[in-house]
Ligand binder design. Sequence first.
Ligand SMILES: [Zn+2]
Ligand SMILES: [Zn+2]
Length: 328
Amino acid sequence: MSITLLVYPTAPASLSTPHFTPEVLASPTSNLACDIIVLTLGGTHDGAPDEKEACQEIAVRIRKEQGKGVFIILWSEQVSQSAIERTRWQKIGINMITCIPTHLTSVLSTLHTLLTLSPTNTMYPCPHCPACLPLEALQIHLPLYHTQEPNRKSSCPICGAHPRFLAVHVHTHNTEPGHRLPLFALVVCIKDNKVLLVDEVAGQGWWIPGGGVDPGEDFCEAATREVWEETGMEVELKGVLRIEVSPGEGYPRMRVIFYAEPISTSPPPKSIPDYESAGACFVSPTELDSLPLRGREPVLWCTYLQQGGIIHSLSVMGKEWARPAIGS
Ligand SMILES: [Zn+2]
Ligand SMILES: [Zn+2]
């Protein structure tokens, strides 16, 4: 089976495609039949209005004419680094926005695997596009192609359930549900006065990275793991902003909100969508009002830090069996 990879107006300089021979799309009005398309803004004129307009037109026309089975990548440094721009381009149907050569190479390799699979006895139809895939492939395809599909829109093609997050549900099919603790670690990670935010799955909006503490983990381990999974960044926890305990009959829980900074050797923020998130980006506090947010935490904690709020020592987080010597 041959796979068509189109590029417009040219391929990114760093595009290395051992699996594909890219075809250059002559103009936005040319035949758009393809499996994957890479739209490139940049080179000498990143952001030229006519170039942007042409790329937008192509994306809109692909979705209209070919549905959601085509994987559309936008290569742009400027758009990659702006949460507002990322949101705008995703709304017209872009699957992935990046300017990281290794991310592009990696996603093209995954797409090649998905698009060249041999049929097996049990295949499941994707609820969003014409793809029909074995379970393991659907578990990769759904979060990669359709991370931003809204909640509860479609039923699971494997078991018929209507889960809250279909991509997450399918991704974890046939795995034992882990024991969930009512403990959560959230991270406010700051670099150059910008806060690291996650583009949450199912179009929920942007939010600070964080999630549940797994059995066997402490809050600090959960915090750094969640940041890694949701943003692709390695951070160093620097302190604690707040410890919150919410008693209540229905849903008692405890949350620790950490302050962190990226380590100098951290990879750049994630740009390949998966079941953890659609990507991540540093956002300046002034941009927060223009972004769809999942909750008010990003605004709250940026304001807190701007106003000189206390960052408590990490030493308040401890284990019962590892107390410091007291009174000796
Ligand atoms: Zn699909
Ligand atoms: Zn299911």
